[in-house]
Design a binder for this molecule. Structure first.
Ligand code: GLC
Length: 578
């Protein structure tokens, strides 16, 4: 009895010690490692080229793992690395169990995973299974004859039934998702490019193939899956006519098909529940209820989703207003305060650079606004996703001629705009500001030729500003965006409050400043972010009594009895008396 008592007493003593990190979050339900991490997203084509062919590769990523580790991030999501003819840079997969030749070999992948795990970094695999490549063996078989065993792996519409009802396609130059194929006198469906035929999820064999592929990678040791375009997977295969005005809510009419949840539940039972992995869906439906139905713990489907309402705010040259920005983030936080979990992001491989789109990339304000946006991403509730290069404030490249663009969305979008007789000046201005190529230029490592990305000719030009904006310069400057980013990641990781703490927005009407508090147990923090290029002020209430400053992207901070003045793009996190 005595023998047992001593350890029990010891445990009680340890638990009541206020420094014990466990105790700080003792009351938090549903803690999870993937909620506590910071994801760093790498576009492998553009990160680091180890063999001089101008295309980034897995060995290049291995070379930079110590850099990645030094950022403090805990997980890496790589855009697709599977064999692909690259119609959409890897989002058109021709073999789900092979590595893209330009990226390396399966041995390189195994080594990458091993080296990552040795550094305690987790790997998130992109799973692209709403569609495959038309060069995948399944599709080759499927299109070869109407009675081929793989015919039902895809959606076919026999021509004798007449033209199928219109379906819209993201990348088609005519905007049409049905493509006529003369081999079998039938149309096949492609929500993305003609070379990305949609897989038929209603076919149980297709689903089993996908689960087997996921298990293949989970057995290798990947830690998470990002389900590409997954909200489109289940479809009403009668393909009824779309109602008038469907364009205004594509997700409602194209997404969250009738059987999506039962397929996700099946995927959970077959794969996710059997491994120490999490899965995040690209897209979260068209309502908050849709999003909850995807990720709430008791659903046993997915663990996380990312919604597009925030990035979609900047889809025109007019940009966004701060009250709108605050309202969107607050709405999502409030809805997920008790249940479910979401991602926090402002950029990825489908978007322009964060500092050009949401901040200010002029020489005067680039640095301050990049630090401010990174402070925001790392102080919200939800798992933060940081896109490579945003930690050093990389900017848009601003191509002005269509011949410079490489992305299928830009090239086919241009052809469609021409044939629709759109205002082409306006189209080019929008492309210049918003195109996906902006976010895909090579990583800027140092001031040497091609920014140290490659010794060959880069597949996409390096941004001209690489001599100023690069990792080497940033590492040498203690006040750089990079060092601010590292500090911010450290602060997040050291404070469960920034991960799990309750969020409350202050001064919702303030057009310049985003202010909010985060609270957990007996601790409270105040986050103050000036989203403008001018000084601005905010009045704090008596409840917001500043005790100390945790991080500040300027050297000073003006606070006179709660009258706070912030400099352009100033970002400050304070601890409050509680
Ligand atoms: C997703 C990807 C995007 C890709 C598309 C088709 O939206 O993020 O890059 O082009 O799916 O796979």
């Amino acid at each position: 009895m005595k023998k047992l008592l001593i350890p029990i007493l010891l445990i009680i003593m340890l638990c009541s010690c206020s420094n014990n990190p466990k105790q700080k979050t003792a009351g938090i339900p549903n803690k999870a490692w993937w909620k506590e991490g910071v994801i760093y997203q790498i576009y492998p084509r553009s990160f680091k080229d180890s063999d001089g062919d101008g295309v980034g590769d897995l060995k290049g990523i291995i070379e930079e793992l110590d850099y990645i580790k030094s950022l403090g991030v805990t997980m890496l999501w790589l855009n697709p690395i599977y064999a692909s003819p690259n119609d959409d840079n890897g989002y058109d997969i021709s073999d789900y169990r092979a590595i893209m030749k330009e990226f390396g070999t399966m041995e390189d992948f195994d080594l990458l995973l091993k080296e990552m795990h040795q550094r305690d970094l987790k790997f998130v695999m992109d799973v692209v299974v709403n569609h495959s490549s038309d060069e995948h063996e399944w599709f080759k078989q499927s299109r070869s004859s109407r009675d081929n065993p793989y015919r039902d792996y895809y959606h076919w519409w026999p021509a004798e039934k007449g033209k199928p009802n219109y379906r819209w396609s993201f990348f088609d130059e005519k905007g049409e998702a049905w493509k006529y194929d003369s081999i079998t006198d039938a149309y096949y469906l492609h929500y993305f490019s003609q070379k990305q035929p949609d897989l038929n999820w209603e076919n149980p064999k297709v689903r089993q193939e996908v689960y087997d592929i996921m298990k293949f990678w989970a057995d290798k040791g990947v830690d998470g899956f990002r389900l590409d375009a997954f909200q489109f997977a289940s479809k009403d295969t009668t393909f009824p006519a779309l109602p008038e005005g469907y364009q205004k809510n594509i997700i409602k009419y194209y997404g969250m098909g009738p059987n999506l949840h039962s397929y996700l539940r099946e995927m959970y039972d077959e794969v996710l529940s059997k491994y120490e992995v999490f899965a995040v869906s690209e897209g979260a439906g068209s309502t908050l209820e849709d999003a909850h139905a995807l990720v709430d713990e008791d659903r046993k489907e997915l663990q996380m989703a990312y919604h597009f309402e925030s990035v979609d705010m900047v889809n025109s040259l007019e940009g966004y207003t701060l009250p709108q920005f605050k309202q969107v983030f607050t709405k999502w936080d409030t809805s997920f305060a008790e249940k479910g979990w979401i991602s926090i992001f402002l950029s990825n491989h489908d978007a322009a650079r964060i500092v050009s789109r949401f901040g200010n990339d002029s020489p005067e304000f680039r640095e301050a606004s990049a630090k401010m946006l990174n402070t925001f991403l790392l102080s919200m509730r939800g798992t933060p996703y940081i896109y490579y290069g945003d930690e050093i404030g990389m900017t848009n490249i601003n191509f002005d001629s269509i011949s410079q663009y490489k992305d299928i969305a830009a090239i086919n979008g241009y052809k469609k705009a021409l044939s629709d007789r759109e205002d082409m000046d306006l189209f080019m201005k929008k492309l210049n500001f918003l195109s996906r190529d902006n976010g895909r230029t090579p990583m800027q490592w140092n001031p040497s030729i091609h920014a140290g990305f490659t010794t060959g000719i880069p597949w996409l030009p390096v941004n001209d500003n690489y001599k100023d904006i690069n990792v080497a310069n940033e590492q040498n400057n203690p006040n750089s965006i990079l060092n601010h980013f590292k500090n911010m990641v450290k602060i997040r990781k050291e404070n469960d409050l920034l991960i799990y703490g309750a969020y409350q927005m202050l001064d919702a009407e303030n057009k310049d400043i985003y202010a909010f508090t985060r609270t957990l147990d007996n601790k409270k923090m105040l986050v103050l972010l000036n989203f403008t290029d001018h000084d601005s002020s905010i009045k704090l209430s008596e409840n917001e009594n500043i005790e100390s400053i945790l991080i500040n992207n300027y050297t000073d901070f003006t606070n006179e009895n709660g009258d706070v003045n912030l400099k352009p793009y100033q970002a400050v996190i304070c601890e409050l008396k509680y």
